[in-house]
Design a protein. Structure first.
Lengths: 105, 864
């Protein structure tokens, strides 16, 4: 996965509502139809980084199967970042596509 | 990175562990739902998660603050390095501790006395009103300016304290009573805790007598009785009504136990310049405006035709009250702080030199670290950390030292410290000590850092490599030692000047023989005066009869204690007038008892009675001034007359003798013109008398004298019983303190400097061992090798000496106010310091030089 992509995906995953680490990984894998495999070794450090920047916040809650789990939610800053980063991602992918498939344009 | 998380990272890590565990469980549950066995499900989950410890470590690192990690490492390293050289650490911490301790102790006094404002509301608006250069006014000036000056919101008068006896319900308390006018406390901004202050009715002559108690006296003598208001107490036999009690913690620069009204009756005493006038500036009035407002009244005041003003009278001006309180103390304290600062700088240079030497020894270690990729910035930080560890330890030692000596140091300070609160090591003082320690650490790190940044890897890594860095280090050390010598010169010269002053002060002729004289003071009983023969007959006989007593006499004012003057002139010669003639009233036998020489004519005898022709004795100063041709005997003097105008009624007296000058108020000040009257012929004198008793040995005499007086009259109070030598000694106390303190600092500076020179040369000889060996092998004589080293050492000292003498010449001028009989540029002190330092430099160079001469060329060359 590209640098920074994971963070964007985490933000997007949290947009509808709070989720814990396992769900986040699961959702990303599921939505990408298992194309994107989230390495858990990088998921938690990425979550930590985002929290450090204040884009997401965490709290302890109870999971669907009644277990203690750490939930993450998007902060106001995080929401702004999500919009901004999504826009940047769009521009980047369009640019990359233009380079890769010039004939179709 | 955040500090909060840095300090909470342990807990953070535990949370992560929990979170990862929760993940594993969720994943395991998912896998199990897909039909895996529990063991398989768990294993698959773990495989997917990866190494949880590694994840936790990564997050832990993210929470770390890099520089703190390095700091800990540097600290640990610094402590290891210092532990390996405990001698160096001890020397460093001790010298820094001394320097910082001395500075901290003196700073705590400076803070309490100079930096803390007076304990009154808006203290900056309190001013002292007085003539230029004088801190008191006459009663006429006080009354006129108090009434007319619109720049004051309030003004009050104060006339010092006197020792009185307070009697309350049969118990007797000797107390110090202050004389103050109405509005005194209102002007200061202090309201009595109980009752009120004086009314103007009570400060009018003949008005009701009132007294205001301090909290301490109220508690000690009245048991803190809240019903005390309105009760009567007796002060020296007269009845006073208690009208107020001051709040606890009330402070006034002159300590008093109680206050009684100052009443202006227009008596001789009121006409003198002896009223201290304190005023509070009106709102919005600046100092400059207040001065202008005071000056504007001068002409109007002169139009009231006031008496006894000097020819060039310029009216009154105002000075911030606190400034007038600290006056001379400020100069002395700042000089002491400066001296302590110099000492610290010397200790700093010394340490910087030692550090450079250590750095040279560690050159290969440093080069190795650089070669292994350590950044120079990192290296600088390492040096800085090491030095700050040293100075902070020195700072702690200094604070401990300061705390330990502060009380005795403050007790040693002979001059009055107008400190409104106890002198303690409080937070600002501790901050000062910490600041001094850190500044010291940074300052003496500079030289090593600059030289470490220049380490040349290639040469440094070679065994015994002599690099350009080493040469520059040597230069840096030379500079440091030179600076050390130069700074010591200032301290040594100052100490020399002060010690010379002290010596000169001791050499000052007193005009009398203090040894073996005991003095004390007695007040005449109410309504009596010395001329009535009050107690004299009985007491004289009793004291004279004591074994070991050689002579007994009495005088109104002792030499070196105080003054009491009146105008006087030669009868019929108004041009020969002295405004401040010291008047002494003595019993016959005073001059013999005190050992004051008779220069011409005769002394007083028993025949100089009230009925006999009025006679007078003059001191040499008066004789010289009024009768320069020597025809003094038979001269006629009028006491109380000035330039023809009579202020006081006293008969014309004939001069019958001239006695030697005695010091009047201070040892430092030349004797004032003084005339002597015989007690029976000074019927107007109704104040206390000081007794002088010449004894064979003062030991135990004090108690015997007290007992003898009690036997004659048990009610008679005896005050200030002491040896005349104590009075003389108290006059040299300031000079002794200055001389000893500066001497102590200078001695420390000298020791540090000698150590510095010695260390530098010893190191230089060790470094040049092979070069010296070669010289010897090539035929250089031992003497020439010794000369080589001596030349280096003495050259450094001489360079520092030149710089220091020039610097001292500029600095010692500020000492002028502490000096006596010696100029700040005194050539003797300067040359003595030069000789001393050159001698010390030679001694410090001698041992390294001898070691150089003993270098074995074979051994030295083999090392190459």
């Amino acid at each position: 996965m590209l640098q920074g992509t994971l963070e964007l995906l985490i933000l997007q995953t949290l947009a509808p509502g709070p989720a814990h680490g396992h769900t986040i990984a699961h959702v990303i894998e599921h939505r990408s139809e298992e194309v994107l495999q989230v390495e858990h070794g990088s998921l938690y450090p990425a979550l930590h980084r985002l929290e450090d920047r204040g884009w997401i916040a965490s709290f302890w809650g109870t999971s669907e199967n009644n277990r203690k789990a750490r939930y993450y939610r998007l902060t106001a800053t995080g929401r702004k970042q999500l919009i901004e980063q999504t826009g940047r991602w769009d521009r980047l992918t369009r640019a990359v596509n233009r380079v890769l498939r010039p004939a179709e344009e | 990175m955040s500090w909060r998380r840095y300090f909470r990272r342990k807990q953070w890590d535990r949370e992560r562990a929990l979170e990862l565990e929760a993940y594993l469980e969720a994943e395991t549950a998912d896998n199990a739902a897909r039909g895996m066995t529990p063991v398989e499900a768990r294993r698959a989950a773990m495989k997917k998660l990866g190494n949880p410890t590694q994840i936790r470590e990564e997050i832990y690192r993210m929470n770390s603050l890099n520089f703190i990690e390095t700091l800990w490492k540097d600290l640990g390293y610094a402590l290891r390095v210092l532990r390996k050289s405990p001698g160096f650490a001890l020397v460093a911490i001790c010298s820094l501790g001394l320097g910082i301790g001395a500075n901290t102790a003196i700073f705590s006094v400076v803070r309490a006395v100079l930096l803390r404002s007076l304990p009154y509301p808006a203290p900056e608006r309190l001013v002292l009103v007085g003539r230029e250069g004088a801190d008191a006014v006459t009663m006429f000036e006080y009354q006129f300016w108090k009434e007319h000056a619109a720049v004051f919101a309030g003004a009050a008068g104060w006339r010092g304290v006197s020792d009185v006896t307070l009697t309350y319900r049969g118990s007797v308390h000797p107390i110090a009573a202050g004389l103050a006018t109405a509005d005194f406390f209102r002007t200061l901004g202090v309201a009595p805790a109980l009752g009120r202050e004086f009314t103007s009715e009570e400060t009018r002559p003949g008005g009701p007598r009132a007294i205001v108690l301090t909290d301490a006296l109220w508690r000690s003598a009245f048991g803190g009785d809240p019903e005390v208001l309105g009760r009567a107490v007796a002060i020296d036999g007269a009845s006073y009504n208690i009208v107020g009690v001051l709040p606890r913690g009330f402070w006034f620069p002159e300590a008093a136990d109680a206050f009684v009204p100052l009443r202006f009756s227009g008596s001789m005493g009121d006409r003198g310049m002896n009223t201290v006038m304190i005023a509070r500036l009106a709102g919005g009035v600046s100092l400059r405006q207040a001065n202008a407002g005071c000056a504007a009244l001068t002409a109007e005041f002169l139009s009231t035709k006031p008496e006894g003003l000097p020819a060039k009278y310029r009216g009154l001006r105002v000075t911030p009250y606190q400034d007038t309180l600290v006056g001379d103390v400020r100069v002395t304290l700042l000089l002491l702080l400066g001296a302590a600062g110099l000492l610290l700088l010397i200790a700093c240079s010394n340490l910087a030199g030692l550090l450079l030497a250590r750095l040279a020894a560690r050159q290969r270690e440093i080069a190795l670290r650089l070669a292994l990729g350590s950044g120079r910035g990192r290296l600088v930080r390492q040096i800085l950390t090491e030095n700050l560890v040293l100075t902070l330890a020195g700072g702690v030692a200094g604070v401990v030292l300061a705390r330990w000596v502060l009380a005795s140091f403050v007790a040693m300070i002979p001059f009055h410290l107008p400190a409104s609160a106890p002198i303690v090591l409080d937070a600002p003082v501790l901050a000062f000590a910490l600041g001094a320690a850190i500044a010291t650490g940074v300052v003496f790190s500079l030289a090593p850092i600059l030289s470490a940044a220049r380490v040349d890897l290639q040469t440094a890594l070679k065994a015994g490599g002599r690099s350009t860095a080493a040469a520059s280090r040597q230069r840096a050390r030379n500079v440091l030692v030179t600076a050390e010598v130069a700074l010591s010169v200032t301290l040594l010269v100052s100490a020399g000047l002060l010690m010379q002053s002290l010596y000169r002060l001791h050499q000052e002729p007193l005009g009398f023989q203090p040894r073996g004289v005991i003095t004390f003071l007695t007040q005449p009983p109410r309504g009596q005066k010395p001329a009535d023969g009050w107690m004299f007959e009985a007491l004289f006989e009793r004291l004279r009869g004591l074994p070991g007593v050689r002579g007994v006499a009495a005088i109104n004012q002792l030499p070196l204690v105080g003054h009491g003057n009146m105008p006087a002139q030669v009868a019929g010669q108004p041009e020969k007038s002295i405004g401040g003639m010291e008047i002494r009233v003595v019993t016959p036998g005073y001059f013999e008892t005190m050992g004051i020489a008779l220069r011409r004519g005769r002394r007083f005898t028993e025949r100089d009675t009230a009925a006999a022709p009025p006679v007078i004795l003059v001191n040499e100063t008066v004789a010289r001034k009024w009768w320069p041709s020597g025809d003094v005997l038979g001269g006629r003097v009028e006491v109380g007359r000035f330039r023809g105008k009579q202020y006081f009624d006293d008969p014309v007296r004939q001069v019958v003798g001239v006695v030697a000058d005695t010091k009047t108020e201070e040892l430092k000040v030349p004797p004032s013109p003084t005339v002597y009257l015989a007690v029976p012929q000074a019927e107007w004198y109704d104040q206390a008398m000081n007794w002088v008793v010449r004894v064979d040995s003062t030991a135990g005499m004090g108690a015997r004298i007290r007992q003898a007086i009690a036997e004659v009259d048990p009610r008679q109070r005896v005050d200030r019983l002491r040896a005349m030598e104590e009075i003389v000694a108290s006059n040299t106390r300031d000079s002794r303190f200055d001389a000893w303190l500066f001497g102590f600092f200078a001695a420390l500076a000298l020791v540090l400097t000698v150590v510095g020179v010695y260390g530098l040369l010893a190191f230089s000889v060790a470094r040049r061992a092979s070069e010296i060996g070669t010289r010897i092998a090539l035929g250089a004589s031992r003497a020439s090798v010794v000369g080589l080293v001596l030349k280096q050492g003495i050259g450094l000292v001489a360079a520092g000496l030149l710089l220091g003498l020039a610097g001292a010449l500029a600095v010692t001028r500020s000492l002028a106010s502490l000096l006596f009989g010696v100029r700040p540029t005194d050539p003797l002190s300067f040359s003595a310091v030069a000789v001393l330092l050159l001698g010390a430099g030679a001694a410090a160079s001698y041992f390294p030089a001898r070691r150089a001469a003993n270098v074995d060329p074979v051994v030295a060359l083999r090392e190459e």
